[in-house]
Ligand binder design. Sequence first.
Ligand code: ADP
Ligand code: ASP
Ligand code: MG
Length: 458
Amino acid sequence: MIVMKFGGTSVQNAAAINRVADIVKSKLDLRPTVIVSAMARVTDALLGIARVANERRFDEAAKLIGSLADRHLQVARELLGPGKELESVESAIGSHFAELVGLARSIATLGELTPRSLDAISSFGERLSSIMVAAAFRSRGIPASLVDSREFLVTDGNFTAARPDMRETESRARQRLVPIIAEGGVPVAQGFIGSTPEGITTTIGRGGSDYSAAIIGATLGADSIEIWTDVDGLMTADPRIVAGARRIRIVSFDEAAELSYFGAKVLHPSTVLPAIERRIPVHIFNTNNPSCEGTLIAAEPKRSLNTIKSIAVKRGVTIVNVASTQMIMAHGFLRAIFEVFDRHQTSIDVVTTSETSVSMTLDNTDRLEVILEELNRIGEVHVDPAKAIVCVVGDNLKFTPGVAARLFRALGDINVNMISQGASVINLTFVINDGETERAIGLLHADFFRECDPAVFA
Ligand code: ADP
Ligand code: ASP
Ligand code: MG
C-alpha cells in the first residue's frame, strides 16, 4: 500500500480537490491512504482568529470565522451537487464552525491563549478539509472512509510541536486503518493533528502534514510515501527565488533532510526520519502536473557529476555574538552559553567560534530578551537581525575540494558573516544579509548549475 499526502494548495478549492480525486482514482490499485492538509492559508487564518480572540475582540474573531465558514461551504457546494452527501457535509461544517465560535468566545472571555487552546483552534483546518475531500471522493466513486487522525496519531503533550509516540501510533494506526484498506476502502485522514493519550488535540508543528504522512507510512509499512504539492519536485533552488531552478530526479535521505532543515519548504524536515528508519522511499509529485516524474528520495542515490544538488535558504534569522575578553575561551565558556539557549528551549542553527567569541544563529526569537539578559553575564553580546542562512547541499561535497573558494568567487562582493561546514560534510552553510538573498542564490545557482548532469537533474 502507499500513503499519499496532499498539501494546502492541492486542496485549496473545488477544482484542485477534483484533480486530487482524479489522481487518487488512478492509483486505487496501489491501495492508497490519503492524508490532507488544511486548504491553503486556512491555518494562518485560524491562528489569526486565535490572536484576535486573545485580544478580547470577539466580534472581530466571529466575523473572521464567518468568512472562513463561507469559503468552506462554497467549496463544498461546488464539489457536491444538491443531495444527501452535500447536506451531511454542510451540517458537519456547520457544527465544526459552531464549535470554533465557542472556543473563540472562551478565549476572548478569559483573555488567555494557551498552546493547548491554540492547537485546538488550528486543528480545524485539516478537520474541515478532510470532510470535504472524503465526500468529494465518494461522490466520484472512490470508496473513501473519513478517519480522525486523533484516534491513532498519539503524541506527547508538547502543544504546537508535539512529538509522536511511534509505538502507540503504530498499534492504533494498524487497528484503525488496516481493516479499511483490507476491504478495498481508501482511508482519508488529517495531516498535522494528533492527540495525547488522554485524547487532548495536539499539532506537530507548521508544515507538519508531510511528517504525518511519513509517520503513517512508516507505521503501516507502506511501499512508498507520496508528497503531492504545487511544484514538480525538489528543485535546485526555491523556484520562487530562482526562475530557472531545475527538478532533481533523485536525492538521498540525508540530502533531503539537510535541504528541508535549511529552508526547502517543499518537505518538512522530520518527514525523512520515519522513512529512513523503515527505508521507505519518499516521492514528491506535482498535483498540477501529475504526469511529471517528480523527485525520488531514496536510501541509495545516484552519484552526480555536479558538485551540489540544491541550494536552500532560511530567511529572517538573527545572529547573536558573545565575546569574552578576559576569559579567552576559558574552560566552560561554550557550555555556559549553550546552557542559556537550552534553558529557554531555543535552538541554534549555525555556530562558529573564534579565539575570543562565539556566533550563533537563531530563527526563533520569542525568548531573545531573556536570553540576552543571561548572556550578558557571560560576555559582551552583540545582536545582528535580518540575516539569511544559505545552505548548499550535495553528497559530492565529500569528494570535491575547493568548494568554499568557488562559492566565495561566485558570490563576488556579497559579504559573508559566518561560514560553517557541517560535520556530515554534505552541506556548506553560510550567513548573509537577508536583503541580498535573491542576488546571492541567483549567482550561486548560475555558477553551480551552469551545466546539469542529466542523470540527476531534469
Ligand atoms: P504544501 O502546501 O503542498 O505542503 P509548501 O508550500 O509547504 O506546499 O511547499 C511547496 C513550496 O516549497 C513550493 O511552492 C516552493 O516555493 C517551496 N520551495 C522552497 N524550496 C524549494 C525547493 N528547493 N524545491 C521545491 N520547492 C521549494
Ligand atoms: N496546515 C498546516 C500548516 O499550514 C500543516 C501543513 O499544511 O502541512 O502548517
Ligand atoms: Mg508544506
